[in-house]
Design a protein around this ligand. Structure first.
Ligand SMILES: [Zn+2]
Ligand SMILES: [Zn+2]
Length: 420
């Protein structure tokens, strides 16, 4: 029987991850994300439905919205299909998708469309089947196993076993490096027939030097505070924010930072609270606190109040998307050269953060210091090559990236049909 792999979304892009596998006659869908772009935010569900009128299993690898942001819309199309994911992802996903809906309808608050999406989300959550890593999900002759992928809490890679001893390994977003909140990815021992590997940093020569970048970030915070300025660290709500929060606490404990007050705001605050429960360990302390909520103050006034109290604000969005808390904080800090804004990771081209870093005109309106330190939760090229060496796959296909040069040949484009 011919086996197929088709990226419905998330092939030659980062966003709207949605990958269909047809293995030994079973139809397995991995992830259902959204794009950052407002014009075409969803994977092509019409195309998917034409390829697979029914699905046997939906797997969500992790709770970043480029992997789960449209799960409720997908699940509405396949109401009979169970959604498998880890306990951690199941908890985080509810919050992340709800927030993505809120952001999408920011201009049409409380519209009937918005409420319909919340209802679909509730329905889809009732179809979630929580699994532990290494549990077996059996679909007759096909067996699915979730492996720890590192990256963020609950993130999994997906192994699909079929035939005598064949298997697909779908890496999902993966990291072999140890982080503060999550361990390293654990690869399966067997050789894969097909490896579908994320390539966020595969086409880049950048080598991650986490310790160096972390030291530099602490140094920037220290210098700003010493010259009487305030610091804004825009960060992704899930994963990055918690890593930076712990880094700041550690920095103070080790004397690399003077004792300062850090407020965690926006969605990062809510995700950090879930992390505390899931990790069963406190993330907040006397110095690092969730930003308080104020009665009777406008959002901007609340931000201003927080800036009076705190030395450093860690807030979403990581890309300074217009209207988000970090965007408002950045405007409040922009005029004073003693202040700093420290970016910490990936920025989509349409985001304000990307435009700010790449436009001289915009930059000149910001008199505060602007720095970028790279704290990634993805493997760099060296690590991705280590994965290739370990799994020695018969066939490798890259997804979740922007292919360049001759290496494009091994990259799967959206809607391409790959046989294995
Ligand atoms: Zn991710
Ligand atoms: Zn991703």
């Amino acid at each position: 029987m011919e086996n197929l792999f088709i990226p419905v979304g998330g092939g030659n892009e980062i966003g709207a991850s949605c990958y269909l596998y047809i293995v030994s006659g079973k139809r397995i869908l991995v992830d259902s994300g959204i794009r950052f772009s407002k014009r075409e935010p969803y994977p092509d569900f019409k195309f998917l439905k034409a390829l697979a009128p029914e699905l046997d299993a939906i797997i969500i690898t992790h709770a970043h919205v480029d992997h789960c942001g449209s799960v409720h819309l997908l699940s509405n199309l396949y109401p009979e299909t169970p959604i498998y994911t880890t306990h951690e992802t199941a908890q985080l996903l509810a919050l992340m998708v709800e927030d993505a809906i809120k952001v999408r309808y920011i201009a049409e608050r409380n519209s009937s469309e918005e409420w319909k999406e919340y209802r679909l989300l509730d329905e889809s959550l009732s179809r979630v089947e929580r699994r532990e890593f290494f549990d077996r999900i059996e679909l007759e002759d096909v067996e699915i196993v979730l492996h720890p992928a590192g990256h963020v809490l609950g993130a999994s890679s997906v192994a699909i076993h079929y035939g005598e001893s064949s298997s697909v390994f779908h890496s999902g977003d993966i990291s072999l490096s140890l982080q503060r909140t999550v361990g390293r990815a654990e690869l399966p021992p067997e050789k894969a027939s097909l490896l579908v590997l994320e390539s966020t940093y595969y086409y880049s020569d950048r080598r991650f030097q986490r310790e160096k970048d972390e030291r530099e970030l602490l140094e920037t915070v220290k210098k700003s505070v010493e010259r009487g300025g305030k610091v804004l660290i825009p960060a992704f709500a899930l994963g990055r924010a918690q890593e930076i929060l712990l880094l700041l606490s550690e920095g103070m404990r080790e004397g690399l930072l003077p004792p300062i007050t850090v407020y965690v705001d926006g969605l990062a605050r809510d995700v950090s609270t879930i992390y505390e429960n899931l990790l069963n360990r406190p993330l907040f302390n006397y110095y690092v606190q969730p930003a308080p909520s104020y009665q009777g103050l406008s959002f901007k006034e609340a931000c201003r109040e927080n800036l009076r109290e705190a030395d450093c604000i860690l807030s979403t969005s990581g890309m300074l998307v217009e209207g988000t808390p970090s965007f408002i904080y950045s405007k409040l800090l922009a005029k004073d050269p003693r202040n700093s804004i420290i970016f910490s990771g990936y920025m989509a081209e349409e985001s304000f953060g990307y435009r700010l870093l790449n436009s001289r005109k915009l930059l000149s309106a910001f008199r505060c210091r602007i720095e970028k330190h790279h704290l990634s939760a993805h493997s760099d090229r060296e690590e991705l090559e280590e994965i290739l060496d370990t799994l020695t796959p018969e066939k490798t296909v890259f997804v979740h990236g922007y292919p360049e040069g001759e290496e494009r040949n091994n990259h799967a484009f959206n809607r391409e049909v790959i046989r294995f």
